[in-house]
Every structure is written in C-alpha cells, then in structure tokens.
Write a protein that binds this ligand. Structure first.
Ligand code: MN
Length: 204
C-alpha cells in the first residue's frame, strides 16, 4: 500500500453531541451557566482530546463504546469521559417523573424501597472521594448503586448503566460552591430522567 493510500484510512472522529434540552432547562437545580461550561467546555474538551489521540492510536471497533473498551491511559480517560457525559445529560430531565412500572418494582425488590435507593445513591454520590461518578446499574439482573473514580465507568466492564450523576467539582461548583450534597439532593429530587433509566433497563 502506498503512503497516500495508508493516509486515506481516516481515523475515528466523534462530534460533541448536542444537549437533549436547552441550556436553561435544568435551572434552578443546574444553572444555564453551569451547563454552558460543563457541556460547551468540559465535555467538548474530552471529545477534542480523544479525537487528537485517535489520529495516532488505533483501537478495535468504530463506536465510542468500542474506544472506551479497547483503550487505556489518556485515550481511555478522554473517551470514557466523552461517553459518561453523554450518558449524564440523558440521565437528567427538566421535569422528573418518579420511577414507575417494572423499574419501580425492581428498585423495591433490589433496594427494599425507592427511598432506600435514594439514600444509597445519595450516599455514594456525596461520599465519592475526589472526582467521579455515582451510578445505578443492572449487574447480572440485580440493580446496584456504585461509585467510580475520575473517568472510570461501569460500561467499560460491560455492566448495563441505567442512570449516572457527575460529582466532579465542575458539575456543581458554580451553583453550589463546595456543597456537593445540595447538588446531589436537588438532582435526585427533581432532575433524574426515570424514563431514560427504564429504556436502559429494557435494553433500548
Ligand atoms: Mn463533568
């Protein structure tokens, strides 16, 4: 193969996905200023850095999930953060409806009650030391709450993610300063997208 032909193999490239709602749609729980920075600067930077790294590093597969699952180091960190943020925006909703139907039953079966789930999810989010994420996952048919550090994501290990909450300081510092617990409580009470969680539970 000539050098020109080799160069013609285009590296993987991903675009910043748009927010699924307006920047001011999550206020007052998450302000437009936070969303503008968090999506327009932080999320974008992860995507831009990943794209730069993909110009030199080859990975198995073509999807963002493939990149996360077949990379390590700096590429993993940026690809996982790109995926985590897209999943986080979808985990939030301007108007939060309580979990219902099959998902409500699963929460009651695996945590005892919706309230016990809330307690566990809040504790994981507030208690995560340093930067990271709190997750509701379906692990081998059982719902679990887990926390991950930095860019780490249960998706990398093949666990089915239902919802996530970003607890990096950039997610709440503009609105709540150091009071992570106020951000966590506000999102859990008013902004979780349970319809998204239910679609994930059903594998759609
Ligand atoms: Mn973030």
């Amino acid at each position: 193969m000539s050098t020109a032909a080799a160069r013609a193999v285009r590296p993987l490239h991903f675009d910043l996905p748009p927010l699924p709602y307006a920047e001011d749609a999550l206020a007052p729980v998450i302000s437009a200023e936070t969303l503008e920075l968090h999506h327009g600067k932080h999320h974008k930077k992860y995507i831009d850095t990943m794209n730069q790294l993909l110009e030199k590093e080859h990975v198995q597969g073509t999807t963002l999930e493939d990149v996360v699952r077949s990379s390590k180091g700096k590429l993993f960190n940026n690809a996982a953060q790109a995926w985590n943020h897209d999943f986080y925006w979808k985990s939030l909703s301007p108007k939060s409806a309580a979990p219902s139907g099959a998902l409500k039953q699963r929460l009651e079966r695996d945590f005892g009650s919706y309230e016990k789930f809330v307690e566990k999810f809040a504790t994981a989010a507030i208690g995560q030391f340093g930067s990271g994420w709190a997750w509701l996952i379906d692990k081998n048919g059982k719902l679990e709450v887990v926390a991950t550090s930095n860019a780490d994501t249960p998706m990398a290990r093949g666990d089915r993610c239902l919802l996530t909450l970003d607890v990096w300081e950039h997610a709440y510092y503009v609105d709540y300063r150091n009071q992570r617990e106020k951000y966590v409580q506000g999102v859990i009470e008013k902004r979780l997208n349970w319809e998204f969680a239910e679609r994930n539970l059903n594998g759609r």
